[in-house]
Unconditional design. Structure first.
Length: 235
């Protein structure tokens, strides 16, 4: 087809957008505190997607900074993981939960339903669940420390409150394995919904049904605990 004497044009290579170039330049020149925040938020997403096997060079490339820039803020991978733990896990833990479990102005069943209804709103997140699982597989102690906190802040107080509410004859006796497993059964049942969603990619009850699921789980825990305490008392 004639081109009216004009020279054929060369196909141009795709160029980075001005926005992308500006983003990289901005990240290189941003204040230290802001860059640290960007690194942390990017690391959370990176670890959630790839686990802790992901290389920090890849993380730096994703952010648009040099590898050494990460080390200026986080001197080791362990230091970065620790900040992830503080931000994702300690940051989502609500200080009033411990007081709620021991608030005897309402029955233990109501307290636990309120706790777990709030709890799933804070932990049913892609990054929370996947980092928790990856940490356990990689032997980082994030998962272990968190579960120790859960038992200390919620599990043991809830079991002691159950003893009080059900008239257990030895309320100050050490919490045994049977009682601990009752609590982990409740906690694990709630958490398994998040596992199904973010690990197995299976459907879970819709938001409007979760209150009923939580209530069912707590009631089952209450009935089981009452029976086990009765058996322990008769032994």
């Amino acid at each position: 087809m004639p081109n009216n004497g004009r020279k054929p044009t060369k196909s141009a290579r795709p160029k980075k957008s001005a926005t992308a170039k500006k983003s990289v330049r901005t990240r290189k020149n941003m204040p230290a505190a802001e860059r640290e925040k960007v690194i942390l938020e990017s690391a959370i997403r990176f670890f959630a997607e790839h686990g802790f096997e992901g290389q920090q060079r890849e993380l730096a490339k994703r952010i648009g900074i040099t590898h050494s820039a990460i080390y200026r803020h986080f001197p080791s991978k362990e230091a970065l993981v620790e900040r992830v733990y503080e931000h994702v896990y300690l940051g989502s833990w609500q200080k009033h939960w411990g007081d709620l479990i021991q608030d005897r102005s309402q029955p233990l069943e109501a307290r636990l339903i309120q706790f777990y209804s709030e709890y799933i709103d804070h932990i049913f997140r892609f990054d929370w669940v996947r980092i928790f699982i990856f940490a356990g597989l990689k032997s980082f102690d994030i998962s272990e420390r968190y579960l120790v906190m859960v038992m200390k802040t919620v599990g043991t107080p809830a079991l002691m409150e159950a003893r009080e509410e059900f008239g257990f004859a030895s309320p100050d006796a050490p919490i045994g394995w049977r009682e601990q497993e009752l609590f982990w059964g409740l906690h694990g049942r709630i958490f398994y919904m998040a596992i199904r969603k973010f690990i197995y990619r299976m459907p879970i009850p819709p938001d409007e049904e979760r209150a009923v699921v939580v209530s069912d789980a707590v009631r089952q825990f209450i009935m089981g605990t009452r029976r086990v305490l009765s058996e322990l008392q008769d032994a």
